[in-house]
Design a protein around this ligand. Structure first.
Ligand code: ARG
Length: 459
C-alpha cells in the first residue's frame, strides 16, 4: 500500500515505480527508521495524539520488527514498498491495524529521512573513529619495532635525506589522527535532530523537540524546519572526511608499493595480503595496496556527485535529495574496508634493514650534512651549498660516496674540511642530530612514539 494515493485516479506506471522507489538501497536505514519511530511515538503520545496503550503497542511492535531485522529474518527486497519508511509503516499496519496508521501524525518522510540518515552517519562516524585508531596503533607498533632502521627520505622521488623508517610510519599516524579529528568535528554538525520539522514548516502538535532530540541521542533539535529537511551538509562533511582519509591511505599505499618494489626492496609485504600472476610465476603483487589507491576514485566521486546534486536546489525538500544515500553508503563502506585492509597490510610488513641502509648511504643524501659542517666552520650557507655540490659532482665522477673520499680530495674544495668531517657524514650521526620536535633523530622519534602510545592507550 502506498503512503499516498487518495488524490490519484490511477496508479503508477511500472517503470515509474521502479525508477522512483528507493527501498533497494534505503533499507540500510531500517534500524534508524525504527529508532526514530519509537521516539516519535513517545513524542506524539505526550502531545496527546496517542493513548499510552497505543504508544506501548507501537513501541512493542517496532522492537519486534527491529529484532527480526537484526536477525535477517525480513524479506525486505521482495516487498512492494516505495522506501524504508513505507515498509516499516506497512509492517506495523499488518500487525496492529489502525493504530499503526496514527504513527505518522505530524511527521513527514522529509524530516523522517533526514533523521534516519543522521542517525546512520552518527553511528558510522563512531565506528570509523575506532578503525582509524586501530590503524594508528598498528603504525605506532611498526614504528617501535623498526626504529633503528634508517632509509632514504625522498623529495621529487629522488633520494633527499636519510630518515628513520619509524619517522615515515609516524607521519601517517599524524594524518590518520587528523582524519579522526575531522570525524569528531563532523559529528558536531550531524548531531542535531530534524524530527519535528514536519514536511517543511514545523508541526501543529505540541511536540517537545528538546526531549525528542535527547531521546534519539542528538545534542539538540535543528532550529529551522526548512533547513532541517533540506540540509545535507552533514553528509558532505562525512564524504569530505572520507575523501581526505582515503587520499592519505592512497599516499601510504603508493609509498608502500614503491618500498616493496624490486627497485627499492625496503620492505616485504606478507603473502597474506599479496597475490600472484596467472602467467608470471615469480610475481607477488601488492593488490591490496593498489585497490586502496584505486578506490579513492569512487569515494571522491561521491563527494563531487552530492555537491552537484545539491547545488541550485530550491528550499526545501526535493526528490533529488534521495540521491544523497547511495554515495555515502558506498563511500563509508569503502573507507571502512580500506582501513581494515591497510591495517592488515601494515601488520604484515617486514623491513629489510640492509637494503634500507644501503639505499640511505647511496645517492649522496649526506650532502646537506657536509654543507652544515662548513656552516659550523663559519662558511655562509649559500657558499657551503655550492662547495658541497662541487664535492658531490667530484664524488660522482669517482663513483664513490662522499664519506669514501680521502681528506686531501675533500680539501681541494675547502681547506676548512678536517678529519672530523667523517663523523659528520656518518648515517646514524646525521639522522640523530635532527632531534628537535618533529625531527627524525632517535630522541624525537622516541618522544613521538611515547606521546602516541599514551594518546592511543597502548601499553
Ligand atoms: N525516499 C525519500 C528520500 O530518500 C524519502 C522522502 C520522500 N519524501 C517525499 N516527500 N517524497 O529522500
Amino acid at each position: 500500500m502506498a503512503l499516498w494515493g487518495g488524490r490519484f485516479q490511477s496508479g503508477s506506471s511500472e517503470y515509474f515505480k521502479t525508477f522512483n522507489d528507493s527501498l533497494h538501497f534505503d533499507q540500510a536505514l531500517i534500524l534508524q527508521d525504527i529508532e526514530g519511530s519509537i521516539a516519535w511515538s513517545k513524542a506524539i503520545q505526550q502531545a496527546g495524539v496517542l493513548t499510552l496503550e497505543e504508544q506501548q503497542a507501537l513501541e512493542q511492535a517496532l522492537y519486534e520488527l527491529a529484532e527480526l531485522a537484526q536477525a535477517g529474518k525480513l524479506d525486505i527486497t521482495n516487498s512492494n514498498a516505495e522506501d524504508i519508511h513505507s515498509y516499516v509503516e506497512a509492517k506495523l499496519t499488518e500487525k496492529l491495524g489502525d493504530v499503526a496508521k496514527k504513527l505518522h501524525t505530524g511527521r513527514s518522510r522529509n524530516d523522517q529521512v533526514a533523521t534516519d540518515l543522521r542517525l546512520w552517519c552518527k553511528q558510522q562516524n563512531e565506528e570509523l573513529q575506532a578503525l582509524l585508531r586501530t590503524c594508528q596503533q598498528s603504525l605506532v607498533a611498526l614504528a617501535e619495532a623498526n626504529k633503528q632502521h634508517i632509509f632514504p627520505g625522498y623529495t621529487h622521488l629522488q633520494r633527499a635525506q636519510p630518515v628513520r623508517f619509524a619517522h615515515w610510519c609516524l607521519a601517517y599516524v599524524e594524518m590518520l589522527k587528523r582524519d579522526e579529528k575531522r570525524l569528531v568535528a563532523a559529528n558536531k554538525h550531524i548531531n542535531q535532530c530534524p524530527l519535528g520539522s514536519g514536511a517543511l514548516a514545523g508541526v501543529v502538535y505540541d511536540i517537545n523537540r528538546e526531549q525528542l532530540a535527547n531521546d534519539l541521542g542528538f545534542d539538540s533539535p535543528c532550529l529551522n524546519s526548512l533547513d532541517a529537511v533540506s540540509d545535507r551538509d552533514f553528509v558532505l562533511e562525512l564524504l569530505f572526511a572520507a575523501s581526505t582519509s582515503m587520499m592519505h591511505l592512497s599516499r601510504m599505499a603508493e609509498d608502500l608499493i614503491f618500498f616493496n618494489s624490486g627497485e627499492a626492496s625496503f620492505i616485504t609485504l606478507g603473502d597474506q595480503v599479496t597475490s600472484g600472476s596467472s602467467l608470471m610465476p615469480q610475481k607477488k603483487n601488492p593488490d591490496a595496496l593498489e585497490l586502496i589507491r584505486g578506490k579513492c576514485g569512487r569515494v571522491f566521486g561521491s563527494l563531487q556527485g552530492l555537491l552537484v546534486t545539491l547545488k541550485g536546489l530550491p528550499l526545501a525538500y526535493n526528490k533529488d535529495m534521495q540521491e544523497d544515500k547511495e554515495g555515502i553508503f558506498d563511500a563509508v563502506n569503502q573507507w571502512q574496508q580500506c582501513l581494515l585492509m591497510a591495517n592488515e597490510v601494515v601488520n604484515s610488513i617486514e623491513v629489510r634493514s640492509d637494503q634500507c641502509k644501503k639505499a640511505a648511504a647511496e645517492g649522496y643524501s649526506n650532502a646537506t650534512e657536509l654543507a652544515d659542517y662548513l656552516v659550523a666552520k663559519g662558511v655562509p650557507f649559500r657558499t657551503a651549498h655550492e662547495i658541497s655540490g662541487q664535492v658531490v659532482l667530484y664524488a660522482i665522477g669517482q663513483q664513490e660516496p662522499i664519506e669514501r673520499l680521502r681528506l686531501d680530495e675533500l680539501q681541494q674544495f675547502s681547506s676548512l674540511i678536517e678529519n672530523d668531517v667523517y663523523q659528520f657524514l656518518d648515517l646514524e650521526h646525521l639522522v640523530d642530530k635532527r632531534s628537535t620536535i618533529g625531527g627524525t633523530g632517535i630522541e624525537a622519534v622516541n618522544q613521538a612514539i611515547e606521546t602516541f602510545r599514551h594518546e592511543l592507550g597502548v601499553a
